[in-house]
Design a protein around this ligand. Structure first.
Ligand SMILES: *[C@@H]1O[C@H](CO)[C@@H](O)[C@H](O)[C@H]1NC(C)=O
Ligand SMILES: *[C@@H]1O[C@H](CO)[C@@H](O)[C@H](O)[C@H]1NC(C)=O
Ligand SMILES: *[C@@H]1O[C@H](CO)[C@@H](O)[C@H](O)[C@H]1NC(C)=O
Length: 341
């Protein structure tokens, strides 16, 4: 059995921890260094170098209360939109290709791209015994993404999937829908490592949403603007042509949180504490630490991207992701204090 932190440890920042002040200033220094402008490294959520903050203990009771509130809200909203009537029975489990099954630990993790999924996959490599290390960051990011590395519920038949859904420890992580979109845009179109997305989507976006497109842009799709990307998203014809890519498909479609009762709904906004909470669970029998990350405020960067979008488009964008906003209690305003609740 797991030892629970003492009451004192559960108080978030007890005064007697004044010796942490030097770390606090280091923290502030690093935050200031890393949080500025669209060209900063803010979006490299997979590379969070050690900060000395990993030993912080979180308020377990408070976190569990937040979890209860998140789950209660999910149930209520799902009820309102008539989505919870059947549970996972009747779900086409063959479509649940984002729910990774780690049989060694009896756990299911639904990954949402752009929500710290690389680090979570690294952790799962260790928990499944497929990595020879206890340091997640020593695992190369490219090694955790290929589809064949993982078994998802889509790889099992219905009864095998349902057994897992009934018995395994289940968690998922979400993020403010607009932040996720900006992150996807920056990562796939603006500063992308390959031209895969530019060829696959960029050319189509330039062709459909740019007036008088240049020949080169039509051929390469390399300079899609955020505003053009948004026009692509809110155009109903886009989804008729082909399904949304996983990077911008609504989170509830990837993870089915109305039909599947997740034990933990983590948020990117509270990534460090929620990851800690997941890994503290007694059902996980191996000690692994989530790579300590800085809580970088990307809100101002996101706002500067959103400010390029006409209000009428923003409202359409909101409605496109409305259920994600509601289910996971996100405010239209990316800086709202309630986003972490
Ligand atoms: C993370 O970033 C640091 C500094 O920017 C770099 O030195 C390091 O190699 C990166 N680590 C990984 C795993 O990409
Ligand atoms: C782990 O390390 C051992 C000993 O160094 C080696 O024999 C084994 O092949 C490694 N396993 C993996 C999955 O790399
Ligand atoms: C599902 O797969 C298991 C294991 O391969 C097999 O024993 C079982 O008969 C299958 N069930 C159905 C309904 O196909």
């Amino acid at each position: 059995m797991q030892r629970l932190p003492s009451v004192q440890a559960m108080q978030r920042y007890p005064v007697k921890h004044f010796f942490l002040f030097p770390f606090f200033f280091l923290f502030v220094f690093i935050v200031v260094q890393f949080s500025s402008g669209p060209n900063s490294k803010s979006y490299d959520i997979c590379n969070s170098s050690a900060t000395g903050l990993s030993e912080l203990k979180y308020n377990l009771k408070g976190l569990l209360e937040i979890q209860n509130n998140r789950k209660k809200r999910l149930t209520d909203i799902c009820y309102d939109v008539n989505r919870n009537l059947l549970g996972f029975y009747g779900l086409n489990t063959r479509k649940l290709d984002h729910i990774i099954s780690v049989d060694q630990q009896h756990l299911l993790y639904c990954y949402v791209p752009k929500v710290a999924c690389t680090n979570w996959k690294r952790i799962l490599m260790i928990l499944s015994g497929n990595a020879n290390t206890s340091d997640p960051l020593s695992i190369v990011a490219n090694e955790v993404h290929p589809r064949h590395v993982w078994q998802t519920l889509a790889d099992f038949n219905t009864s095998e999937s349902q057994t897992r859904l009934n018995n395994y420890y289940k968690f998922m992580f979400v993020r403010h829908p607009f932040e996720r979109l900006v992150s996807a845009y920056v990562n796939k179109f603006h500063k992308s490592y390959t031209d895969y997305f530019q060829i696959k989507y960029g050319r189509e976006i330039v062709k459909n949403y740019r007036t008088n497109p240049e020949k080169e842009a039509l051929a390469r799709g390399h300079d899609v603007t955020f505003s053009e990307f948004v026009q692509y998203l809110i155009d109903p014809k886009s989804r008729e042509r082909r399904p949304f890519d996983e990077h911008w498909r609504p989170m509830h479609e990837l993870c089915e949180p109305c039909r599947i009762k997740y034990d933990i709904i983590g948020k990117y906004e509270t990534l460090n504490e929620d990851s800690w909470l997941v890994l503290e669970d007694p059902r996980i029998d191996q000690k692994v630490k989530f790579p300590p990350g800085l809580k970088k405020s990307t809100a101002s960067v996101v706002k500067s991207y959103l400010s390029q979008i006409p209000e009428s488009h923003l409202i359409k964008l909101y409605y496109l992701y409305e259920l994600d906003f509601k289910l996971f209690r996100y405010d239209f305003d990316v800086e709202s204090d309630t986003n972490g609740l």
